[in-house]
Design a protein around this ligand. Sequence first.
Ligand SMILES: Cc1cc2nc3c(=O)[nH]c(=O)nc-3n(C[C@H](O)[C@H](O)[C@H](O)COP(=O)(O)OP(=O)(O)OC[C@H]3O[C@@H](n4cnc5c(N)ncnc54)[C@H](O)[C@@H]3O)c2cc1C
Length: 423
Amino acid sequence: MIYDVVVIGGGPSGLMASIAAGESGANVLLIDKGNKLGRKLAISGGGRCNVTNRLPIDELIKHIPGNGRFLYSAFSVFNNEDIISYFEGLGIKLKEEDHGRMFPVSNKAQSVVDALISELHRLRVTIRTNTAVKRVNYENNTVKEVVLQNGEAIQTKSVVIAVGGKSVPHTGSTGDGYQWAKDAGHKITELYPTEVPITSSEHFIKTKTLQGLSLRNVGLSVLNKKGKPVITHQMDMIFTHFGISGPAALRCSQYVVKELKKQKSNTVQMSLDLFPSQNEEDIFQQLVRTTKEEPKKAIKNVLKGFVSERYLLFLLEQAGIDSQALAGQLQHEKLREFARLCKRFEFAVNGTLSLEKAFVTGGGVSVKEIHPKEMSSKFMQGLYFCGEILDIHGYTGGYNITSALVTGRLAGSNAGEFATSLA
Ligand SMILES: Cc1cc2nc3c(=O)[nH]c(=O)nc-3n(C[C@H](O)[C@H](O)[C@H](O)COP(=O)(O)OP(=O)(O)OC[C@H]3O[C@@H](n4cnc5c(N)ncnc54)[C@H](O)[C@@H]3O)c2cc1C
């Protein structure tokens, strides 16, 4: 038998592609090498599944720094609001949280996965799990067959490659699809970790001085050679035993990778602004007023509450201020230095955790060789790509899953229409 569409990979992009292909009336086979579908989707958003994000389209695109603009045409067909309506139509009510993030009201990622699987059953999509694909064969610039690890060849009119990137490989995403894309003539742009914790060998990191300390709503920047910010993200962060993590650090991570390369250096400077909405002079004046009010108390007690205690003691030391010194006896110069450090504490970072530990893979199948309205290959008839295998990556916050669902929808419906239009 010849399938109309074979979808390889049952992550969000492959699940949506199979559904869209099924809706077009195509005869669809979905193959996944894992024992379950949607394994990464089930652990996303802390196990609650951050299905999409409700920000306006232009904002969505800004939050997809890896080729987000490529998605403009796809969003004109199926976008975040369509994703929300789609899931509500399947009986999965969604709620909005901070920064536009959308989650199922049930707080259970599995409910999202199960709803998609029910749709596959309703549309009579054939599902084969525990089935690893080895390669895709092409003939005369057209897709011919999908060959499994066990040697079985499956004939098909079209193939949707939805096998994800290379991050968190225990969920099944082991980068198998890049070779199949190369075999079809596609370029794979350099792969690198994004949305990944940042490492540092600064003394205060090595001595674990700040390990476990979280800072809320700080401004975290990656600096260029001249000390100017390449990017600043205002969010929460946490110090770890190897460096920094948390939303602000994850968002900065890809810029660390790029700056290290650009500067051809082993380290890059980052800067931490504890009070992004105040300027240094205001902070200094506030310090002067506070120290005048209680001149006979130790500075560490006077500034209690101004900055969280561990960071306060750390910054006092960095500013060369004895934490026991009496507030009234401190020179203004010292207070100025403390205010400066509140606004701009600089430290060196030397990289990130590995691609395997990253939330998302940067790089992938070059979008220049993909038709943006169809997700089809510009080289091979009947070949489609969707999801993280593409050179598209967003910040965490629902942007990657949005990209996977949107590109999956397009790839599946176009593959279905293409295959069913053939004689
Ligand atoms: C812990 C974690 C949390 C995350 N949280 C968020 C978040 O909050 N917001 C957000 O937007 N993104 C988040 N992401 C990223 C998001 O989950 C991924 O971008 C998304 O799952 C990619 O979807 P995909 O369909 O392209 O690939 P994947 O979900 O990776 O699925 C690929 C599938 O292909 C299958 N496969 C691979 N090779 C083969 C083969 N040879 N044969 C057969 N099958 C194969 C795999 O088994 C897998 O099921 C998170 C990622 C992780 C790891």
